[in-house]
Write a protein that binds this ligand. Structure first.
Ligand SMILES: CC(=O)N[C@@H](CCC[C@H](N)C(=O)O)C(=O)O
Length: 383
C-alpha cells in the first residue's frame, strides 16, 4: 500500500507535468501507470474514447448496495510558476495553481486503500479533465459515461482550500460554490497612426473606460449583503506603441450564489457595453454564458450525513464553511447525481490561482484518512 511519503512523491510528479484542459495526456498516462501498480483483484479501468484524457476506475464491492462515485479534476492553469520549489512545473507557462495535482493524489490514495481493502459497495473513481474551462464534467456526463453498470448513485469530490488548516475538512449544506458565467467582449474601432488620433478610433481608451464602468456594477448595482463578482482577468489590445489599436478584447467571469444575481449582473454588463458603444462610436460585441458553471448545490440528506461523520470523527478537524464565489463544474454533475462537495484545507500562504500557490502536503494523508473513514462508514449504512 502507498504510504504518506509515496503519496507526496506522486503529488510532486503530477505537479511537474501540469497540462491545460483537454490536453492532460501526460497526466493521463501517469495516472494509468500508478493505478496499474495497485492490486487489480477488484479493480477495472475504463478509457473514454471521446474524452481520451479522462479515466474511470471501478472497485467492485463485496456486497454492493450502491455505486458510490468519487471525482478528482486533473487539469491545470496557464500560470507561470514562481515558487522556488525543486519540483516546480516543467511545462513553461502552465501550473497546478489550483491544487488539482493534490486532488488527483488524494483520489489515488483512496483508490489504493480500497484496492487493498475490498469495499462493501462498488466505488467509481472519475479522474476528470477540463474543470477550469470547457465544462469537462458536463461533457463527460452527456457522453453517457455514467450509464449502465457505471452509473453513480451518489457523488463526492473535494477542492483544496488555502485558507483552512492543513487536513481540515470544510463543508456546508446547500450552496457551497457560486455559479459562473464567462464574459468575452470585443471592441472594434479604427486603427491608425499614433500621431493622428483624430483619424482613428482608439480602442485602448474605449476598453479602459469600459472596464472602469463595468467595475461599478458590483459596487453600485449589487446588494452587498448578497454579493456578486465581476472579474475582468484578461485584456488584449494593440500591437506596438505608435499604432492606435482598432480592436480590444476583454475576458472575464461573473460569479453569483443565485441564478437571479448572475442574470442581474449579465444584464448590467450588456447595458454598460451599449453605453460605451454609443459614447465611443464603436462596436462592442458581448458573449456571455460561454462555459458557465452551475452553482455547487450539496444534497441535503447526503451532506447532512457527511457533515455528521466529519464532525464526530476523532481524526478530523471539521469546519463549517460559508458559500464561496469560486466556481466548480462539479456543480453540473451534482445537478444530475446527488452528492457532496467539500473543502480540504491546505494552509497555503498564497491563494488559489496564484503563481506562488504552495499547498501543505500533509493535507494529503490527513484527507485520505478522513475520506476513507467516511466512505467505510457510509457503506455500512442501509439508507
Ligand atoms: C475552484 C476554481 O478555481 N474554479 C474555477 C472555475 C472556473 C469557471 C470558468 N472557467 C470561469 O472562469 O468562470 C474558478 O475560477 O472559480
Amino acid at each position: 500500500m502507498l504510504n504518506e511519503s509515496d503519496l507526496i512523491s506522486i503529488r510532486r510528479e503530477f505537479h511537474q507535468i501540469p497540462e491545460l484542459a483537454l490536453h492532460e495526456f501526460e497526466t493521463h498516462r501517469l495516472l494509468e501507470k500508478k493505478i496499474k501498480k495497485m492490486p487489480q483483484q477488484f479493480l477495472t479501468i475504463r478509457e473514454i474514447g471521446e474524452l481520451p484524457t479522462a479515466l474511470l476506475v471501478k472497485i467492485g464491492g463485496s456486497h454492493p448496495k450502491r455505486n458510490i462515485g468519487y471525482r478528482a479534476d486533473i487539469d491545470a492553469l496557464p500560470v507561470s510558476e514562481q515558487t522556488d520549489t525543486d519540483f516546480r512545473s516543467k511545462h513553461e507557462g502552465v501550473m497546478h495553481a489550483c491544487g488539482h495535482d493534490l486532488h488527483m493524489t488524494v483520489a489515488l490514495g483512496l483508490l489504493d486503500y480500497f484496492a487493498n481493502h475490498q469495499p462493501i459497495d462498488n466505488l467509481i473513481f472519475f479522474f476528470q479533465p477540463a474543470e477550469e474551462s470547457d465544462n469537462g464534467g458536463k461533457f463527460a456526463y452527456e457522453l453517457g459515461i455514467f450509464n449502465g453498470e457505471w452509473n453513480v448513485d451518489e457523488f463526492y469530490g473535494l477542492h483544496d482550500n488555502p485558507d483552512l488548516p492543513s487536513g481540515a475538512i470544510g463543508c456546508r449544506n446547500g450552496t457551497l460554490f457560486a455559479g459562473t458565467t464567462e464574459v468575452n467582449i470585443t471592441l472594434t474601432g479604427k486603427s491608425g497612426h499614433a500621431a493622428y488620433p483624430q483619424n482613428s478610433n482608439d480602442m485602448v481608451v474605449a476598453a479602459a473606460y469600459l472596464i472602469t464602468q463595468l467595475q461599478t456594477i458590483v459596487s453600485r448595482n449589487v446588494d452587498p449583503i448578497e454579493g456578486g463578482v465581476l472579474t475582468l482577468g484578461k485584456i488584449t489590445a494593440g500591437t506596438i506603441r505608435n499604432v492606435i489599436a482598432g480592436t480590444a478584447r476583454i475576458e472575464g467571469t461573473i460569479r453569483g450564489l443565485t441564478q437571479k444575481m448572475i442574470l442581474h449582473i449579465q444584464k448590467r454588463v450588456r447595458e454598460v457595453c451599449i453605453g460605451i458603444s454609443l459614447s465611443f462610436d464603436c462596436d462592442v460585441n458581448v458573449e456571455l454564458n460561454q462555459g458557465g458553471y452551475l452553482p455547487v448545490e450539496n444534497d441535503p440528506t447526503l451532506t447532512t450525513n457527511f457533515i455528521s461523520y466529519m464532525q464526530n470523527a476523532n481524526n478530523v478537524q471539521f469546519i463549517k464553511t460559508e458559500p464561496a464565489m469560486t466556481g466548480e463544474d462539479f456543480g453540473y454533475l451534482l445537478s444530475k447525481i446527488p452528492g457532496t462537495m467539500f473543502w480540504l484545507g491546505v494552509d497555503s500562504l498564497a491563494p488559489l490561482h496564484s503563481d506562488l500557490f504552495d499547498p501543505n502536503e500533509s493535507a494529503i494523508w490527513t484527507g485520505i484518512q478522513a475520506i476513507t473513514g467516511f466512505l467505510n462508514e457510509r457503506m455500512t449504512q442501509n439508507v
